[in-house]
Structure formats: structure tokens, C-alpha cells
Write a protein that binds this ligand. Sequence first.
Ligand code: WTA
Length: 651
Amino acid sequence: MNDQDPTIDTLLHESRSFPPPPEFAAAAHANDPAIYDQADADWEGWWERWASRLQWDQPWQQVLDWQAPYAKWFVGGKLNASVQCLDRHVDAGHGNRVAYYWEGESGDKRTLTYADMLAEVCHTANALKELGVQRGDRVTLYMPMVPELAISVLACTRIGAIFSVVFAGFSATSLQDRIQDQEAKLVICADACSRRGKCLDLKAVVDEAVANCPTIEKVLVWHRGAGVASASPVSDREVAWEDLVPRQKDQCPPASMDAEDPLFILYTSGTTGKPKGIVHTTGGYLTGALATSKLVFDLKPAQDVYWCTADIGWITGHSYIVFGPMANGVTQVMYEGAPDYPAPDRFWSLVDDYKVSVFYTAPTAIRAFMKWGDEHPEAHDLSSLRLLGTVGEPINPEAWMWYRNKIGHDLCPIVDTWWQTETGGIMISPLPGITATVPGSAMHTFPGVEARLLDQEGKEVEGAGGGYLVLTRPWPSMLRGLWRDPERYEETYWSRFPGKYFAGDGAKRDEHGNLWVLGRVDDVMNVSGHRLSTMEIESALVAHEAVAEAAVIGVAHDLKGQAPVGFVILRGGFEATPELAQTLRQHVATEIGGLARPEAVHFTPELPKTRSGKIMRRLLRDVAEGKALGDLTTLADPGVLTGLKQEYESA
Ligand code: WTA
């Protein structure tokens, strides 16, 4: 826990409030506020009703077995995840409905129906079997936003293999650490991807990573074909997708999995140098994904075109590009590329071309759109939009208003959704047909979910006020643990306030009972909606031969929300030059991935520390953000800080 206390900030006052447009509310799946009380009165029953909308091979005997902090949902039930997303819709006669309209950065297009997806998933699942993948084996996916990523995810679930997607912007070291932690048997990757017209060699990253991964038996490589070829050498573990997958059978019987069998592992940064492998299971996760996407995005399968701009490498893509929307049988847009390529209107031209009706993106993107100028959305017909969403970080009211006005033309409700990799699905959000939304507030807990604010001592903050955000009831899509690390699971989430799930965020409740999530209160920063650990970046810096000691903080950044900044003490014999600062920034990108590259690296002869030797990051943040220096009484040597401030200001 760091030294930011959410309970001492001043309260926010925002008087604007936007009720749902009457026509929207009239047609919405959820438009009766009584839904909240009904769900609260019997929350197990509420979730059970959602679970029964899935297709089970065998019903459960017990809804919930809660031995805090370990939950089992739908105990004894059996089902297959890919069946929920594919067979159910094809069997109901919707095989011809488009599942994904895919578009690549250079304008290439593909359309896959639900029937196409089912066939592709079966081919791939059979291919995985031929490669020796069995139920319970781990398969690591390292792919850009192409349909084959969603296909590979679902193919793993088809045969009961546990998949783990690693965002394709992570470095070879990060990929290697994840493969080693989960002892994966297979990697599925693409040879390359293009970003702003530049070809990135993904397979070279995989080759480097798997060189140190003895558990990997095969690497299945999907090649993009003409024009974008990988130059890296072929190892004997490598199998080409084109040689193996298309010749497989069209059918693959779905493995009947236990509701509590792991579905996937997804790594996220914690407060230590080592990322946490968040484990989600099958029945509960799907129940949460189905319910939240249906009610929060008001998805209507035969009419909506839904587009979530996240990457499947993050939890948002898992829950709201693959499982939630597909379990609801909706049509989606999937786009591989940058929002400003070839021009800053790319997203709006996609919305226009595909007549997108529900659009889900991140505040960092909205702030970039604002900066690029109103002329870009104005150049396109956005009248197909009926609902807008955001996720990943707190949204500032100005960005919210711009989104409402320039993208939604004051007609679309906005759902600001708070949740986490750990929660699996949305926990706090408006319901668009019920909630009068307030710019910047995520509003209320999803029906059936209960949140509380606690003070330092764990005492509940009632009414208006700020505190640590905790969830007090188990929910179906909650993480079941960290991959093979129960102690860290208990310690991270359940020890600060015993018996309650501590999210790591601070939040406020205003006088109307609306919730405002303020952001992390631990040593995790949020860069463009992505979680990064200060410790992880510090370890990367210290791994460089020039660095003796390093401290990293997240500083406020106009577009990214926060950006990492490093303070470094050099080893003897190294000179503090701008070139070395540049090298160190690049070094972090190489060690972790481009998203972790520090905005700046500053050299300092010393770091501000407490008498017990703990680095006081709060003070570094104050220096970096140009704020007045606060209480220095616990500092071992206050002189360090004045020196640092001078140096920082002259840099
Ligand atoms: C932050 C992303 C404020 C928060 C789905 C959380 C938010 C972390 C919001 C989880 C929001 C996410 N308002 N903060 N609407 N959504 N966060 O695991 O700090 O990548 O703890 O999951 O993002 O990030 P994660």
C-alpha cells in the first residue's frame, strides 16, 4: 500500500445529470429500477437465472459454495464455453448472422458468420489435438487483432485446454516469463502484424522467448501471406497454420467441462516485480460475461453492430470482444490497427461504414480524439450509434461531455464501466435504460453486486465520502485465484480488509449515492488504461549495467492518464547523459514492452527515503508534477529532495 489516502480528498461536485432518452429506455432490456432490489433480495437466485440462460450438459447441484476467499459457482454443472458462443446460435438457425466484420489497417476486409466461426474453431481445435494438446494443458497465444486470435481462444475452450493471451506488444522477456509460469505446451502466434504501416516481426519475439521455454513442444504460426513475411529462421518445433488447420475435419465434439474448470489465465501487473496470473473458470465467468454485456450494452443480436476497440490481449477483449458479445450472438466489428491510421478519422469511418450502434472504448482514446479535432468525427455519419461506453480508467468530465456531444450527438447514453481483470466482468456501471448518468461517475454497482467504501481502519464510510473500494459478496465471474499461488491471492485481495475483496482502488460516493472511482491506491499505475507496476519497471531499470538504484512513479499525463517516469542513481563510471537516459528508456521497452517505456528518466545522486529505507514515491510524484512538497518529517534526509527538485526543474 502506498501513501495515497482516498479518504482525505475533497468531494467532487457535478450537478449535470442525463436521464436515458425515453425511446432508448422503452426498448432497453433493463428499464425497471426494481431490478436492483430484486437482485439484492436474492443475489444467488439472480445469478442462477442468468446461468440458466446458458446451455448446460449437466445441471449444477449447488449455486454457490463460498469458503472465503474461495468461491465455487454452479457446483457440479458441466458445459463448454465455445458452445455458448457458437453452436447455440448456429443450432437456433442463426448460422448466417455475421459474427465479425474484420478490417485490417490497410483496408483488407473479412466477414465471418457464426457458422464460419464454428467451422474454423473446429478445424483449429482438431489441429490442436493433432499437436498433442489435451484437456487442462496450457496454450499461450501471441497474436494481433485478427479473427484467428478469437478462433484460437475458442478452439482451446472447445477441447478444454487453458488458454492464455499475451498482448502482442509485450517483449520476448515478458512472453517468456508468462510461458514459464504457466508451463505452456504450445504457443500460437502470427508471423507479423502491421502498425501504422510498419511491419512488426512477432515470430522473432516468440523465437527469442521459446528458446528458454523447455515445456513448449510446438509453435503454431499463422502467416499473413503476401507482402508481410517473417524473416526469422524456422525452428523444428514450428508448424505452419496453413499446412495443418485447413485440412482438419469440420466437426469437433465439445469437451464437457466442469463449471469450475479453469478457462484461462491472464497476467496483470501487481505491486511486485512479478505479474499475477489471474485464473478464471468456465461457468461463472460465462454467466457474468453474458449478463453484463446484455444489460450494460443492451445488446440486441438481430439489430446491433457492436464494436469494442480494445485488444483481446487484455481482459476487456476477453469479456467484451470474445465471450460476452458472442454468448449474446451479436454482430461485431474487429479492427486491427491504430485509431489514427492512415488518418485521425479512421474510427469514425469504420463506425460509418459498418453502421456501428454500440461503441466501447477507453478514456485515453477519447482524449486523443479531442486533441485531434472535431472535424474528424464531423466528417462522418455517426447516426447509427445508440450507446457509448468507456473503460480502463477514470474518465474526466470534459472528455465525457465531448464524447456525449461530438460522438453521441447528445442522443446516446454513456456507460462508464468500472471493473478489473480480476472481476472478469463489469461491476460498477450505469444501466443505460435506467440510470441518469453523471459525467465522470461510474454510478452504481451492477445488480447483484455489492460495493462498500472503507476507511484506513476498515470502518465503513456511510453516505457521502471517500474510501477504499471493496466488494462484499462473491460474484460468478470473480477470479478463483492466482495461477499456482494461493498465498499471493489471499494476501493481495483479502488481507487488507479480511473477508472483503479489496480492489486496490480508491473511490468516493457523492451525496446522491453515485460512485466515483478515483484510481489505484497501490503501487500500480494506469497508463492509457493499462496496468503497470512501478516495481516491474524499477526491476527492468536496475537490470541495466549502468543503474545502481531506481524509483519509478506514474505522473499525470494529458493523453495517457498517467505515464511512468524513472529516477535513477547511476553506478560509478557511468555518466549522466541524455543519450544514456534514452538508452534506459529503450531498455525498459525491450525488457517489458513498449507501453512501459518511461516518459523520462532523470538522474539523481540520491532518492528520498524514509528512515527505514522505503522510497517515498509520493514525494517524487510531487516533484515531477511540480507540486509543493508536503510533509517531509518522515524523510531521512530532506536535503535530498530540494536537490532533486532543482535538478528536475532544470531538466
Ligand atoms: C482502472 C480493465 C475508473 C481501475 C477492465 C482498476 C477504472 C483497473 C475504470 C483495472 C473506470 C478500470 N473508472 N477506473 N471505469 N475501469 N479502471 O485489470 O484502477 O486492466 O483497478 O481491467 O483499471 O484494470 P484492468
